[in-house]
Design a protein around this ligand. Structure first.
Ligand code: NAP
Length: 315
């Protein structure tokens, strides 16, 4: 049944009051849903720090936002390539030096549908390495600052978690034997969700005041497929994006802004559009299938992620 918590239109930025004094750190803020989320947060007076891989695109994004909201707008970027753990660690160190408060870290950046197997500089399959391992280390390094701010972590997932093998292929996690763009993207987004739900479990009983929420943007017209997808996927997506099946990037940003700001959300949930097939429509609590929080797999993934990245959480 559709979630009516936020009324028939679902959650929209009309639910936001002033965000003056709040600081949001967002990965991939220079394009797509991340750029639109930054816009919405800035429009309410928040400070936004983007963690972006391209300096050139970041300068363009920051200039566009200052042009829209005025030169005093508190928006900046730190260069960070999620596919390179040294870059993630350096960016996190920079944030810890320069950003005293983090009300929410929004894990938004991703690559998708990479047509052939590519490895990151650390030797990880590129989608798992960028989407999951990069954010795993970033969240870990910024956790104490988020906790000190009584802040949140928002993981931007995908309905793709329902596709592919619906688990983690631990015996060949890089898919050396059977690489295929879509199932491997699905695995990476499922991994991000499992990280979030396992983190929720680990936080229980620690007294640490950090909320962790998971959302997805439905099907939104962003640069995701054109940046990293293969030719056929790009053509199919381009055609789809001309139909009402695909909503705007701005609407795609609503769930992540909601999860970064709204009180009273449920932890073990997946927030996003609740219309037909949950790819568009009013934003609220959608369907969450239990394979996303299979405890044995979540625990094993956490262990494997610590071993792979060399980053060890202290709880
Ligand atoms: N659009 C959809 O229909 C859809 C559906 C399901 C889930 N999602 C999820 O929504 C989120 C936002 O994606 P989007 O659709 O807005 O895509 P997008 O327009 O391509 O934006 C993705 C952002 O991630 C950044 N990024 C990519 N690789 C990176 C790296 N190695 N290090 C740092 N940043 C990196 C991109 O930077 P560059 O500008 O440098 O490329 C860009 O800013 C993603 O988590 C995606 O999985 C999207």
């Amino acid at each position: 049944m559709a979630d009516t918590t936020f009324g028939p239109k679902g959650w929209t930025p009309d639910h936001l009051s002033s965000l003056a004094g709040k600081t949001y750190v967002i990965t991939g803020g220079n394009a797509g849903a991340g750029f639109q989320a930054s816009r919405i947060l800035l429009s309410k007076g928040a400070k936004v720090v983007m963690l972006n891989r391209s300096a050139e695109k970041s300068i363009i994004a920051v200039n566009a936002l200052k042009e829209e909201f005025g030169p005093q707008t508190d928006v900046s970027y730190v260069r960070m390539d999620l596919s390179d753990l040294a870059s993630v660690r350096a960016a996190a160190d920079d944030v810890l030096k320069t950003v005293p408060q983090i009300d929410a870290l929004i894990c938004n950046a991703a690559i998708a549908q990479v047509p052939t197997q590519k490895l990151t500089v650390d030797g990880f399959e590129s989608q798992l390495g960028t989407n999951h391992y990069g954010h795993f280390v970033l969240c870990g390094m910024l956790f104490d600052r988020i906790e000190a701010s009584k802040g949140r972590i928002v993981v931007v997932a995908s309905l793709g978690y329902n596709m592919g093998i619906k688990t983690i292929q631990f015996d060949d996690i890089n898919w050396d034997k059977n690489y295929s763009a879509n199932p491997v993207y699905s695995q990476s987004k499922l991994a991000q969700m499992m990280f979030a739900y396992e983190l929720q479990d680990r936080l229980k009983g620690t007294g640490k005041d950090v909320q962790v929420y998971v959302c997805h943007p439905g099907a939104s017209a962003t640069s995701l497929i054109s940046t990293s997808g293969g030719l056929m996927t790009r053509i199919t997506w381009w055609l789809m994006s001309k139909t009402p099946m695909v909503q705007t990037a701005q609407k795609g940003a609503f769930p992540e802004v909601m999860c970064a700001t709204e009180d009273g959300l449920e932890p073990r949930a997946l927030y996003g559009p609740t219309g037909m097939m949950q790819t568009g429509g009013p934003v609220g609590k959608g369907t969450l299938n239990p394979h996303a929080y299979d405890k044995t797999t979540m625990k094993k993934l956490w262990r494997v992620s610590e071993e792979a990245t060399g980053f060890h959480w202290t709880f």
